[in-house]
Design a protein around this ligand. Structure first.
Ligand SMILES: Nc1nc2c(c(=O)[nH]1)N[C@H]1C(S)=C(S)[C@@H](COP(=O)(O)O)O[C@H]1N2
Ligand SMILES: [Mo]
Length: 321
């Protein structure tokens, strides 16, 4: 069953031109509904009238299969083994009563449910590349909303320069948060990530609630996770319970863990190698062998330079990696 449905899906979506991407978005805005991925494939008119300089989003890459996206995961709260989160997350099925603390330098701090948040925003589908710092990549059809909409809703003060995100910390839910050998943790918990307010406001930055037209499965960061497609995957923090606006730069988990290997910015950059491996190429994982046999050149900002390069003008990207 698994095999045949996937193959159909991938075949139907080999090419995802910009026109489909943007018209889908307009369609959803117009009719105020998020239709499933397959449903949308049928209605895409041609001619994207090259929307407001948002070219460069033409994504001709083959989609990774739903099976790959949901069975090859980095989610250390469950396990450091990429094949295990799918199994271990079976009972992690949070719903719209999921609570998110939104606080710090904003006019409307509070504890909100996902249901509250979904009233403020517009869901849409976005197909993005996901490039892990480990040099593998996938192409994912996310459902989600622009983080900028949430930000505007809670009204940041002039002191809000950064946003810090946290994942749920609960060893009863996440076995990987229990102490392991020698009382060690795989990472310091909770998992923390951060963005500058400008990065968070960029129209590419999503909060995802779904993948392949379905609610996010536990292993992909249910019920709400960040997606920042021009940065290495570790920035795209899963199962978010806290969004805090601050004046100072947050210390993100991987930076805390290995400062010289993982920075705050973590922009995808083929010219700055990881201290232990090259970042010039990546293995594109499309099918369930997980091998990612196709080796392709990594693009600056993961191919989203037109949308985000301006954010880093004057910043030495070899120092601020
Ligand atoms: N809370 C949390 N978020 C996380 C991670 C994690 O271990 N814990 N792994 C990150 C890494 S390294 C990657 S590559 C992506 C993987 O997302 P995916 O499993 O949906 O492909 O999630 C990121 N978000
Ligand atoms: Mo990653």
């Amino acid at each position: 069953m698994k095999k045949s449905t996937q193959q159909t899906r991938v075949a139907e979506s080999q090419v995802t031109p910009e026109s489909i991407f943007w018209n889908r978005r307009q369609f959803i805005q117009k009719f105020g509904l998020a239709t499933s991925y397959l449903g949308m494939m049928g209605i895409a008119p041609v001619n994207a009238e090259s929307n407001s300089g948002l070219s460069g989003l033409a994504l001709k890459d083959e989609l990774s299969s739903e099976y790959v996206i949901t069975h090859h995961n980095n989610f250390y709260e469950f396990s450091t083994d990429k094949k295990k989160p799918a199994e271990l997350a079976k009972n992690f099925t949070p719903g719209n009563d999921w609570r998110v603390a939104i606080e710090g330098e904003i006019e409307k701090p509070g504890e909100y449910t996902l249901e509250d948040i979904l009233k403020w925003v517009q869901l849409e589908e976005r197909i993005y590349r996901l490039r892990c710092v480990e040099a593998w990549s996938m192409v994912v059809p996310w459902t989600g909303f622009e983080l900028s909409t949430l930000i505007k809703h809670v009204k940041p003060t002039s002191k809000a320069k950064y946003i810090e995100f946290k994942t749920l910390h609960d060893p009863k839910v996440f076995p990987g948060q229990k102490r392991g050998l020698f009382g060690m943790h795989s990472l310091p918990w909770p998992y923390v990530e951060g963005l500058t307010i400008e990065e968070a406001m960029n129209p590419l930055t999503l909060m995802a609630t779904g993948v392949y037209g379905k609610n996010l499965p536990g292993q992909n960061g249910a019920p709400l996770r960040l997606v920042v497609p021009w940065k290495y995957g570790f920035k795209s923090i899963k199962s978010v319970v806290s969004i805090r606006f601050s004046e100072t730069q947050p210390v993100n988990t991987w930076n805390k863990r290995a400062r010289r290997e993982y920075g705050f910015y973590a922009n995808v950059n083929p010219n700055v190698d990881h201290p232990r491996w090259s970042q010039a190429t990546e293995r594109r994982i499309t099918d369930e062998s997980f091998f990612g046999v196709k080796k392709i050149p990594t693009q600056m900002f993961n191919g989203y330079a037109d949308q985000v390069a301006h954010l880093y003008k004057g910043l030495d990207l070899t120092r601020f990696y």
